[in-house]
Design a protein around this ligand. Structure first.
Ligand SMILES: NC(=O)C1=CN([C@@H]2O[C@H](COP(=O)(O)OP(=O)(O)OC[C@H]3O[C@@H](n4cnc5c(N)ncnc54)[C@H](O)[C@@H]3O)[C@@H](O)[C@H]2O)[C@H](O)CC1
Ligand code: K
Length: 504
């Protein structure tokens, strides 16, 4: 799914009107109908519910007016509150004229703000994608008032005060919505950690916008849902063999951290790898053979750490990092790996391999093209060497980093972002807070290793599929264990089912 900028959204609006031979007022009616149906279906509103619709001067306010009219027609008794303004959009004015007399309609002012008891429903239709700067004055006062009440707030298209695709000062007045109903596509702002409390739970409401315009519009950012991955993971052919799915090498574990190697190895096997060899320190030999008998063990001469790189010739893909430790000798292994990997062998670097990259920065310049890095926020900050100013700046850092090093970088978190060497960024839709638990990243590394070893997949598809399936495995696991009860080993159990959903 593409993430359009506010300017592209406006153009899409226009293109739809032209392509479908409808008026913008009809499009607004469609948007309003989608909102009204959602309110009736999802909130199961009682006729006695106190409903307040807060309308701004533009088309977002126009949507609010149309929803108020539709709710009235359906037998509800909404009240409308209008933000005074010098200028109104044409479709706002048309909907203002169509508002039934029976609907109570008042003008907002600093002294006249709606009383909003708990149990009341507020429809926030003050500002949408047309917002150009943070709110001040009366609109800011209204937003702060709204945020202090206990009413349920549903935002139309965007929480008012939030900019759709750019950063804004901390402390800006932004509606804290419980639900946001976004037309046709989500907005980039919804995916920024800082905005989670404003956006609440968001839903995309399809309103039949012009698909060919969306198709032909170049974007920087994508939201990855199941539909976007359709057809990317081929079914296994009857005559496929172990070679098709590749022989992978995993370099992982150190004394006291062999669990990371075990989790990554199991995830790699569940990810469908053809063959897996695991290099652990000697201390890991028995642990690995007993707990992952499907993998071959290739113990290091050193008891506690990985200190020597095995001959790489047999392997289609190599992952390094989980539980490795940051010994000088391991840095040397990483240096050799980067030197010897060549351009056709896939590399995945995680955890301590990333920390070693950060402390031996000259190695960053030696990453083979299409290497996949999987940092969490702190590891990414160490890689760039510069704390991000805000969520958007971090994304720019990610884009620049991937371009400069011609690598893929999986920035782990809610809506994990995948940066690519060619520029576009992909935000993942699956996963849950239960996955913030030790070992979860090791599972992702193992799964990525499997999919990078799969000879049928491009680096981009392997990364997209692994990140999505990892989150999906988390969602399937949490449905059984609950989020708090989820442990990384549970993720491994659900990799197979998650991949099966994508196959075909
Ligand atoms: N996406 C679609 O296809 C559809 C969207 N619809 C709705 O339309 C809005 C966008 O409407 P627009 O008129 O462009 O903008 P807004 O209503 O968000 O606000 C514009 C209004 O506000 C003024 N303004 C901007 N910034 C500020 C500020 N900081 N303080 C005060 N005033 C400000 C600006 O000058 C304008 O007057 C979209 O979100 C949807 O809700 C369609 O209805 C259906 C199709
Ligand atoms: K709004």
């Amino acid at each position: 799914m593409k993430l359009l900028t506010a300017a592209q959204t406006r153009a899409l609006d226009q293109a739809t009107v032209e392509a479908q031979g409808i008026t913008s007022l009809e499009l607004m009616e469609r948007a309003a109908t989608a909102c009204t149906l959602w309110l009736l279906d999802e909130l199961q509103l009682a006729f006695s519910t106190e409903i307040h619709v807060l309308c701004g001067p533009g088309n977002n306010g126009g949507d609010g007016l149309a929803v108020a009219r539709q709710l009235h027609t359906a037998g509800y008794a909404p009240q409308v509150w209008l933000l005074p303004a010098d200028k109104h959009s044409a479709d706002f004015l048309l909907n203002r004229q169509q508002l039934p007399q029976a609907i109570r309609c008042q003008e907002l002012s600093a002294r006249r703000l709606p009383m909003l008891p708990a149990g009341a429903l507020v429809l926030d239709a003050l500002f949408g994608t047309g917002l150009t700067r943070p709110l001040e004055g009366l609109p800011a006062t209204i937003v702060k008032h709204l945020n202090q009440t206990e009413a349920t707030v549903v935002a139309v298209d965007m929480p008012s005060g939030l900019l759709a695709d750019s950063p804004q000062p901390a402390g800006s007045a932004i509606v804290r919505a419980h639900h946001t109903l976004s037309f046709e596509l989500p907005k980039l702002a919804f995916l920024m950690p800082r905005n989670a409390d404003f956006v609440g739970e968001w839903t995309v409401l399809p309103i039949g916008l012009d698909q060919s315009f969306i198709h032909n519009t170049d974007v920087d950012n994508y939201f990855v849902d199941a539909a976007s991955l359709a057809g990317r993971l081929p079914r296994r052919a009857r005559f496929s063999h172990k070679g098709t799915f590749g022989h992978a090498l995993l370099l992982a574990g150190s004394y006291g951290k062999l669990g990371a190697a075990v989790l990554a190895a199991r995830a790699c096997l569940r990810g469908g790898v053809g063959l897996l060899t695991v290099r652990t320190p000697a201390v890991g030999y028995t642990v690995l053979q007993m707990s992952v008998p499907e993998a071959m063990a290739l113990p290091d001469p050193s008891h506690d750490f990985v200190t020597e790189l095995p001959e790489l010739q047999p392997y289609a893909a190599v992952a390094m990092g989980p539980g490795l430790g940051q010994e000088v000798s391991s840095a040397e292994v990483l240096r050799q790996l980067l030197r010897q990997a060549g351009s056709r062998r896939a590399l995945v670097l995680d955890a301590d391999a990333l920390n070693l990259l950060s402390t031996h920065r000259e190695l960053l310049g030696k990453l083979p093209p299409d290497t996949v890095l999987t940092p969490h926020l702190k590891e990414f900050e160490r890689l760039t060497g510069e704390p991000a100013r805000d969520d958007y700046h971090r994304l720019e850092q990610l884009r620049a980093f991937c371009r400069e090093h011609r690598c893929y970088c999986v920035l782990k978190g809610a809506y994990t972002a995948l940066g690519t060497p060619h520029g576009p960024m992909y935000f993942n839709s699956t996963g849950n807070p239960g996955m913030s638990t030790g070992g979860s990243g090791d599972v992702l590394t193992g799964l990525l290793l499997a999919l990078r070893a799969d000879q049928r997949l491009s680096p981009l598809d392997a990364a997209l599929l692994a990140v999505y399936a990892h989150g999906r495995a988390g969602d399937l696991a949490a449905a059984e264990t609950g989020e708090a009860g989820l442990i990384a080993g549970d993720l491994v159990q659900f990799i197979g089912p998650a991949l099966r959903e994508l196959e075909g």
